[in-house]
Design a protein around this ligand. Structure first.
Ligand SMILES: [Zn+2]
Length: 282
């Protein structure tokens, strides 16, 4: 069978730090070929870069995530340019738009501690600038979007886009918009979250995505599979939240093949082609 590829995760996040050696051994044992590890703020970029030098399966990606947009430093854009120039295989991401952080969370939510929440116009500007860098360096852009798909389409229509395309990771937008995103070069990665009954609506868009635009992701350390399906488990984080082992990419492939009604081997072969059309090796 074709090797497996994780199109979106965060190996560098604190929840995984104590288990890096075990995760690395597990991933090598079952033949993961590459995982795109997304740094989401300037502080994270050097950490991801160092990990990519240590672990050959990591394909690094650098960006300012919408959650980190409000706290970015004045030199962020120049710093991103320098990093992309220095690392020819690196992607641009995780970047995007998030309206939920603006009006969907209670102000005392612990996830907002220390964050200045950037208004949507500011998020759009920072996204467009990062897309322009991705276009200039011809790197895949990995995009996060929550409750802002209309705004995302507007930005994508006006921005310079990378010729190789961009990734809508964990796509949760309406099925009706898939065609418009396809025309602009969208690829889509889905994770095990699709199995949740509350996200049944997402399965429709998943099934509408063309086979040559489909990728698979874990989004680890978040989004662990249901306990009865998990192939790898890790202890919960200090705050009690569950931690997803990146090896559960194999579970995501299984579940997505089932939901698409295709053989696992066929999905794996297609995803391998799609992965290398979108991403490039360093
Ligand atoms: Zn992510």
């Amino acid at each position: 069978m074709a090797p497996l590829y994780d199109a979106h995760q965060h190996f560098h996040f604190d929840q995984l730090t104590p288990y890096r050696a075990k995760i690395d051994a597990d991933l090598r044992a079952f033949g993961l070929r590459r995982a795109v590890v997304n740094g989401t703020s300037e502080e994270e970029w050097p950490v991801v870069s160092a990990l990519a030098r240590e672990y050959p399966w990591i394909l690094p990606s650098y960006g300012v995530h919408p959650w980190d947009c409000g706290n970015r430093g004045p030199g962020w854009e120049a710093a991103l340019r320098v990093r992309l120039a220095a690392e020819p295989g690196a992607g641009v991401g995780e970047i995007g738009l998030d309206r939920w952080i603006i009006d969907g969370l209670r102000p005392d939510d612990p996830r907002l501690a220390g964050l200045r929440v950037a208004p949507l116009d500011e998020q759009k500007d920072v996204l467009a600038r990062q897309l322009a860098l991705a276009a200039e360096f011809d790197r895949a852009a990995s995009i996060h979007c929550v409750q802002a798909f209309g705004a995302l389409l507007d930005v994508l229509k006006q921005a310079r886009l990378p010729a190789r395309g961009f990734l809508l990771h964990g796509y949760g937008g309406p099925v009706e918009m898939v065609k418009a995103f396809n025309d602009l070069g969208a690829h889509y990665s889905y994770n095990i979250e699709l199995l949740q009954p509350r996200l049944a609506g997402r399965v429709e868009s998943f099934q509408a995505v063309p086979a040559d635009r489909l990728l698979v992701e874990t989004d680890a350390p978040t989004k662990p599979p249901p306990v009865d399906r998990a192939r790898f488990t890790l202890p919960p984080a200090a705050d009690g939240s569950p931690v997803n082992h990146p090896g559960n990419i194999a579970v995501a492939y299984d579940a997505l093949a089932e939901l698409r009604g295709v053989a696992l081997e066929d999905l794996a072969e297609k995803v391998e082609q799609n992965f290398w059309r979108l991403f490039q090796d360093s």
